[in-house]
Write a protein that binds this ligand. Sequence first.
Ligand code: XIL
Length: 394
Amino acid sequence: MLRSALSIGLVSATVLLSGAALTGSASAEPGAAPAPPPPGPGHSAPVPADSLRALGDRIGLRIGTAVNTDELGSNAEYTRITAEQFSSVTPENVMKWQLVEPNRGTYDWAAADRLVSFAKKNKQLVRGHTLVWHNQLPTWLSSDGFTTTLSNNEVKAVLKKHIQDQVKHFKGDIWQWDVVNEAFDDDGKPRETIWYKAWGGLGYIADAFRWAHEADPKALLFYNDYNLEFTGPKSNAVYDFVKTLKAQRVPIDGVGFQGHLDTQYGFPDLQNNLQRFADLGLKVAETEVDVRTFTEAAPNVNTPTNPLAVYAQESYWSRALKACLAVRECISFTPWGFGDTYSWIPGWFADPQEGAALLYDADLKPKSQYYVIQQDLALAAGAPRRDGGGPGRP
Ligand code: XIL
């Protein structure tokens, strides 16, 4: 459906365009169809039948990617892959508070708006990321996420305004919102952020979901975090917490498992965790998947030190995808970008150096991990149909 609708639209646009070129003027003949607008950046070729998005579409699973909007439009190959391979996009940075309101009271939506319009052109859904977090806050609010010069009441007021303004700005354009990101520590204790301190507890989370729901009642609202993949203090604490949210009828629709995996650790009991959260009556999604491994020092930060590491990476990618495939409520699988050059991993995990975490290499060529995922999707056509067609709540 998705695939054919897109190709038909593009084929007719192409025919009209070449027709106009041949006759010299599209508007010469009375009653002739008006010339279509020129294609915008990334208005791409038809979606290939063996692309990840086309294969995922056959089972109602959205395959997403985080997008670096600096590359989108300016880097032709990056833009083509974004359009052809993925049916959902997540702004890697440009919807974060630091980027949308660097100066108090002045919004800059430009980069995020460009991504939303690219997504519309390419029949992609958008995961909004993220409304409430302790990182990447504007300095006028907090430079570390844990301290602020604002009073508790001011903090409460600015968070309410931020959520209302941002969700309204993108109303109708966002499939899933990561309303709250990373509110718990690895030991399962609430992170004592400026939000936690202002509310004197986790009450900010229910408020955030309610405000977001009021601003866009159709958007699916997610809690998103890392290390939920394996059973342990953090996953257990978040599980208990979202269960209480559901019991209080807080409008939460899903839980996002970031899925930042590393071959130095065992593969987590991910399917089990996706399923137990789903059994609470929630949707689940893998939202930021990458699989890092030890690599050489700069400048070869994407060359694994162990030539066998790639086989562990292939296995982890495959098992991460299959965990989602096996859980009917898992509606999207999103790698955190697709070219190793653009990955956040080498910068954040530099001592010891890790990298090579994505499906495409530094030259934007698909790696063996890509072909494993592609084959898994091709084989999954018999998996249960799920509700990934979006948009939004019933
Ligand atoms: C990362 C981006 O990839 C980097 O470009 C940025 O410098 C820092 O943030 N969890 C999240 C994402 O929820 O927003 C983070 O993205 C990666 C970890």
